[in-house]
Design a protein around this ligand. Structure first.
Ligand code: ARG
Length: 455
């Protein structure tokens, strides 16, 4: 492609380090789409003839067929997908193929193809995030009143419900969805026509190519168009945050399915056995969701690091932008699918969760609140009295509700038997009816709200 200036070809190591065809062939559809939009625009403004356009369209159709059939002769010496397709086009249709690159450079071409690819990936992930949200909603709907312990510092804190816990993830995913949609909306400007970096003197119509490729319009600065990859960074950031949320749920699946917790059971289809320990049901799917988050987060840091310190405009460093994005998109897609599958499969052990919800003096806050409400103790004093009662129950190896009224009154004489009404996990969750709180009536209302939003 630059034989005019060069007498010698590249060395073997130059070819090897330079080639991206091994991975950027993934963008062949986007490359053909972009080239067709460019060629049609060139014909429309009269830069190429109608016969040239017809030949290019015919050639591209044949090339698409070849790639689909696995018969395309990918060639490493032709560096990347752009040169591979262009060279093949010229082989097939001659002269017209050589006219395609008028008013265009690989710099704006790759920026366009990659945006189209990332946009498609974002669309796919948006649908998958929504599906995963529905899966969380399904469990929440079935378990608005299913008691479970709420934790802070991994210590039993206050009773909550499985439904409320599921809706916490639903909220996180709804923000992930918003981030992905925002990224998609912001990236939807077309760099094609920025050419190498400064634009072109050919009478191209950038508004036409942008519209043909489904963009909202052309980018406004040619240097920015070929130099920027923040659309990919933003996509990766949205992926990384979403994966990080899924990873937290995955960790809970790992804990909850362990016999020590026994909160939920995953079926044969989403666990693996052990070749040596016959009793095992390993939550590999959850572990892999947790593990794959590492490479997704790594892709974000990788591309941030590639881009930092790059003087404008294009530099070949930027060829390193693709593999991490391809991998992160595929990995997050798998993580979302596996998470949705686990949610639809998991069987909660309601009795075990309820028992755990009452363990660890989890209604101590309810006791303190009762002392404030009924005896008008200042909260700090109520906290102190409750602390003494917890210590007493602990030394006697009983729950708070296992203390007798006489034992309680030895600590605070004004306590009455009415206090036992607030010491159960069920009473505790029912009482927490502040907006966004854990009360089953509240959770049911939120489920209804999300049903409408996701309809
Ligand atoms: N394969 C290159 C990339 O992915 C295409 C752009 C090449 N441009 C250039 N001036 N060498 O970035």
């Amino acid at each position: 492609m630059w034989g005019g200036r060069y007498a010698e070809g590249p060395s073997a190591i130059m070819r090897e380090i330079n080639a991206s065809i091994g991975f950027d062939r993934k963008m062949w559809r986007q490359d053909i789409r972009g080239s067709l939009a460019h060629a049609r625009m060139l014909a429309h403004v009269g830069v190429i003839g109608a016969e040239d356009l017809a030949a290019i369209e015919r050639g591209m159709e044949q090339i698409a067929g070849e790639i689909e059939a696995g018969k395309f002769p990918f060639d490493e010496t032709l560096e990347d997908i752009h040169l591979n397709i262009e060279a093949r086009l010229t082989e097939r249709v001659g002269e017209a193929g050589k006219r395609l690159h008028t008013g265009r450079s690989r710099n704006d071409q790759v920026a366009t193809d990659f945006r189209l690819w990332v946009r498609d990936a974002a669309d796919g992930l948006i649908a998958q995030i929504e599906d995963c949200m529905r899966a969380f909603l399904g469990v929440a709907d079935d378990h608005t009143g299913t008691l479970m312990p709420g934790f802070t510092h991994m210590q039993p804190a206050q009773p909550t419900t499985l439904g409320h816990h599921m809706l916490a993830y639903l909220e996180m995913l709804s923000r992930d969805l918003g981030r992905m949609r925002d990224a998609r909306a912001r990236m939807n400007e077309c760099p094609l026509g920025a050419a190498a970096l400064c634009g072109t003197g050919f009478p191209i119509d950038r508004h036409a190519t942008a519209a043909a490729l489904g963009f909202d319009g052309p980018t406004r600065n040619s240097l920015d168009s070929v130099a920027s990859r923040d659309f990919a960074l933003e996509f990766l950031a949205a992926c990384a945050i979403c994966a990080t949320h899924l990873s937290r749920f995955a960790e809970e699946m790992v804990l909850w399915t362990s016999p020590a917790y026994g909160f939920v059971r995953l079926g044969d289809g989403l666990t693996t056995g052990s070749s040596i320990m016959p009793q095992k049901r390993n939550p590999d799917a959850a572990e892999l969701v947790r593990g794959k988050t590492g490479r997704i987060n790594g892709a974000l840091i990788g591309l941030l690091t590639v881009m930092k310190g790059l003087a404008l405009t294009y530099a070949k460093d930027m060829q390193e932008d693709k593999e991490g994005v391809f991998d992160a998109a595929a990995s997050l897609s798998l993580c979302l699918a596996a998470t949705a599958a686990m949610l639809r499969d998991m069987q909660p052990d309601i009795a075990r969760m309820a028992a755990a919800a009452g363990a660890g003096f989890s209604t101590a806050t309810d006791l303190a609140d009762w002392l404030v409400r009924e005896l008008h103790l200042p909260f700090r004093d109520a906290h102190h009295v409750t602390g003494k009662l917890v210590a007493k129950a602990e030394s006697m190896k009983v729950d708070l509700s296992g203390l007798t009224i006489t034992e309680m009154q030895a600590v605070e004489p004004r306590i009455t038997t009415a206090v036992f009404g607030v010491l159960t996990p069920a009473a505790s969750v029912a009482s927490r009816n502040s907006y966004g709180g854990t009360a089953p009536a509240n959770v049911a209302a939120m489920v209804k709200l999300w049903r409408e939003k996701l309809a």
